[in-house]
Write a protein that binds this ligand. Structure first.
Ligand code: SF4
Length: 444
């Protein structure tokens, strides 16, 4: 029987790709897709559960959708992804309205599970399913941009992180498969590909055959039609950023001068307690090395404030580092103790109000840095990828090469263009996290 299915995707781009694969598999089986939950005979919530807030958001979303089962057309409510993988069968009791729980290792079986008679409610087998170029996928991002997942899982042992437990060890896709998918995406109209994995710089190591991020990038720049290739989630390890990799990023026009280095902290003691491999000095040296090879690079990072035992002077060291390093984009989070992680048992928790205050101070410092950097761009011309209207539907919005989709700011544009156009724009104004520009011409 063919069903009308509504899928709600939560969490990060890695989860979004899983959702796109679920949609592709459902469509291939002949099911109909809708974005309107009131029309869904089957509703799927593909969840994130990386931290407490994400689990909370997932549960709230599920509870918000359960009335459709009682009052609407919905006959099957499915919860997939990280939440069931992390919490297991306990959810069957906590969320009795849910008919099926499908973990990260089994989400590719959803089309089959929808139509079959099932004796159990939870399908939570081991490792996360890793798709390949043959796997159908329906993109949910604007047509000119797509994520490309190059690996799954993580083999690192960061003490605060639930990902290795939920998603299993690191597993890279093969280069030919990634290149075939990149070509298919480019043929469908994608001009920007954003490479994602839990750690993109570890790409290929598990294959033990010389496969590397550098080799993959060399193949990707030859894919016709692509204009921007962007690297997210690059673990800040100096050994991984070889000179030849940095030279390649610097030399190849298609590879965005952009790197996302989630460094988490700068204090050695905290880094050690976090289970991070790099020391503060190495991180600083790496940033210097990257900027020497690629002077125009835009750097993004993410940081955790209030890790257990973080004292005033360690936080001040982090703040001082942020002021010195001058990141282009920065995301900071209050430490959230996650059950099942080694850090959960650490002593000396930082009080919530102190965490909040540290986050506020850090983001205030970054706001000034971001504004200062954007002010330098006023009066310059930039190539902008137009993505559509802004949320108030008054002006167009787009991104320059150093703004990643969704996580960074954007350029608000005056003038006429269509989504997917590349335009030359004059930057006329800087806001703390966004730019304002005037379209001068549409680029070929
Ligand atoms: S590198 Fe560390 S923080 Fe990132 S996914 Fe792996 S274990 Fe988690």
């Amino acid at each position: 029987m063919k069903e009308t299915v509504c899928l709600v995707s939560l969490g990060c781009p890695k989860n979004l790709v899983d959702s796109e694969v679920i949609l592709g598999l459902l469509s291939e089986e002949g099911h109909f897709l809708t974005t309107d939950p009131s029309k869904g005979e089957v509703i799927i919530v593909n969840t994130c559960s990386f931290i407490k807030d994400a689990s909370q958001e997932a549960i709230e979303t599920i509870l918000r959708l359960t009335p459709y089962k009682r009052e609407g057309r919905c006959r099957l409510l499915i919860v997939s992804g990280c939440l069931p993988q992390r919490y297991g069968k306990i959810l069957e009791k906590e969320l009795p309205e849910v008919d099926l729980f499908v973990g990260t290792g089994s989400f590719h079986k959803i089309p089959h599970l929808i139509t079959q008679k099932r004796k159990r409610k939870s399908f939570l087998s081991g490792q996360t399913f890793l798709y390949n170029d043959q796997t159908p996928r329906i993109l949910s991002t604007p047509p000119s941009t797509a994520y490309l997942k190059i690996a799954e899982g993580c083999s690192r042992t960061c003490t605060f992180c639930t990902v290795p437990k939920i998603r299993g060890p690191y597993r890279s896709r093969r280069i030919p498969s990634i290149l075939k998918e990149a070509k298919r995406l480019a043929d469908q109209g994608a001009r920007e590909l954003t490479l994602i994995a839990q750690d993109t710089t570890a790409y290929g190591e598990d294959l033990r055959d010389g496969t590397s991020l550098e080799g993959l990038l060399k193949g990707l720049v030859r894919v016709e039609g692509l204009r921007w290739i962007r690297i997210l989630y690059a673990y800040p390890s100096s050994a991984r950023f070889t000179e030849s990799l940095l030279e390649l990023i610097s030399r190849e026009e298609k590879i965005c001068p952009y790197l996302d280095l989630p460094i988490q902290h700068i204090d050695d003691q905290i880094l050690r307690r976090m289970g991070r491999r790099s020391k503060g000095r190495e991180i600083q040296d790496l940033i210097g090395k990257i900027r020497t090879f690629i002077p125009e690079i835009a750097l993004r990072t993410s940081l955790i404030v209030g890790f257990p035992g973080e004292n005033e002077s360690q936080f001040n060291a982090l703040l001082h580092f942020v002021e010195e390093a001058q990141f282009d984009h920065l995301g900071a989070f209050q430490y959230s103790p996650e059950e099942g992680t080694p850090a959960f048992r650490l002593s000396n928790p930082v009080p919530e109000e102190v965490k909040e205050e540290r986050l506020r101070i850090l983001m205030e410092a970054q706001k000034k840095i971001s504004l200062k950097k954007y002010r330098r761009m006023v009066g310059r011309k930039a190539e902008v990828l137009v993505e559509g209207m802004d949320s108030e539907r008054t002006v167009l919005r787009g991104r320059i090469q150093t703004q990643a989709p969704e996580i960074d700011g954007c350029v608000f544009l005056k003038g006429k263009a269509r989504p997917g156009d590349w335009v030359k724009a004059l930057i006329t104004q800087a806001l703390p996290y966004d730019l304002v520009g005037k379209i001068q011409r549409i680029l070929p």
